[in-house]
Write a protein of this length. Structure first.
Length: 351
């Protein structure tokens, strides 16, 4: 697969540059940009994985989640600047749904085929699930309910206030896990069965590849956003479908591959951390940052999701909690999550 991604990047980056410069057909370039971003995302994933081995599992997990969400954040910022507020909210919705149902589901399913039962750190999982309830059920539902009873300006100020609180709580959660309670709820296998892993690349090589891939993603994402209108008209897709399904799949590609790989190595705890941790970062950091950044542009974005998007996120959270809360998983639970994602995707296709 690494050779395939190398060929994709080797061909995709020059084609993206040539297509942009020569003004090639937007629909065709949408595919070129998307595939190129997938290839670049694999390099972001591999470089952060190498840094994870060097820095340790806790810091490494945070790096993997943060740079795994870099693609979504970059695309969303350019979409925000272009005025595609519906696509940005849809992309955040898609990131939450994709992480909880597709990323977790595919890793549980594929890992469960190889191992009949896989167990993970129940303390970390329940801590993250509690924050997930707060970020989606409390912080997203609250402005949705009040949006109909207050003015548009008041909705924006309410959204900004909630965004600041969520960011502060997110950093407090990091401080809790990495500083004050570091190792308090550590798994036994983290101390007993820990293997000596060798990073694919050294520290500086990983940093250089990571920085280069991130810059390339930013440049290609800028061009990808410019094709949204033409693609929507050509295929009959709505902005909501593009954001929730297409952008989310592109943005979560590196995380999905990493989660599946970890599940196959029977490191299901890392897979859960990738799926739920990435969802938390989207809900508690990336989305609030986008809300605050939107005040710099012509059309500020309120933290108010469409009804169908909010319901989809709530159902995804409740289903994930029911499956993850027991501390172990199997292929059937993974299949259940994947089927839920397919049902939601079909629904949004017809909107």
């Amino acid at each position: 697969m690494n050779k395939v991604f190398f060929i994709i990047v080797l061909l995709g980056v020059p084609l993206s540059a040539a297509g942009t410069f020569l003004g090639w057909d937007s629909t065709w370039m949408f595919g070129v940009y998307s595939v190129t971003i997938l290839g670049l995302a694999s390099y972001i994933g591999r470089s952060t994985d190498s840094l994870s081995v060097i820095a340790g599992p806790r810091i490494g997990g945070l790096l993997s989640v943060t740079f795994g969400n870099a693609v979504e954040l970059t695309i969303s910022i350019f979409a925000l600047a272009a005025g595609y507020l519906h696509i940005v909210l849809a992309a955040m919705t898609g990131a939450v749904i994709s992480n909880l149902l597709l990323v977790a589901g595919s890793s549980f399913f594929i890992g469960g085929i190889k191992y009949k039962r896989q167990q993970f750190n129940i303390y970390d999982a329940r801590h993250n699930l509690g924050l997930l309830m707060f970020s989606v059920v409390v912080s997203f539902v609250f402005p949705f309910i009040f949006a109909e009873k207050i003015s548009d300006d008041e909705v924006l100020w309410l959204s900004a206030g909630i965004a600041i609180i969520m960011i502060l709580l997110y950093f407090a959660a990091l401080f809790f896990r990495l500083v004050t309670h570091r190792g308090v709820y550590a798994e036994k296998e983290e101390n007993g069965d820990k293997e000596h892993e060798t990073p694919e690349w050294g520290k500086w090589k990983s940093i250089i590849i990571l920085a280069t891939a991130a810059i390339a993603v930013a440049l290609v994402s800028d061009q990808l956003v410019d094709t949204f209108e033409d693609v929507a008209e050509s295929f009959g897709w709505s902005e909501v479908f593009i954001g929730i399904i297409i952008v989310a799949i592109i943005g979560n590609f590196a995380e999905n591959i990493a989660a599946i790989y970890m599940a196959l190595q029977n490191k299901i705890n890392v897979s859960v951390e990738i799926a739920v941790g990435s969802t938390l970062q989207i809900a508690m950091f990336v989305t609030p940052i986008l809300v605050l950044l939107s005040f710099m542009f012509a059309n500020p974005m309120p933290l108010v999701f469409p009804t169908e998007a909010l319901i989809s996120m709530l159902l995804s959270v409740f289903l994930a909690i029911m499956i993850i809360n027991d501390g172990d998983t199997n292929w059937f639970e993974g299949l259940t999550l994947m089927c839920a994602y397919i049902i939601i995707a079909i629904g949004f296709y017809f909107i």
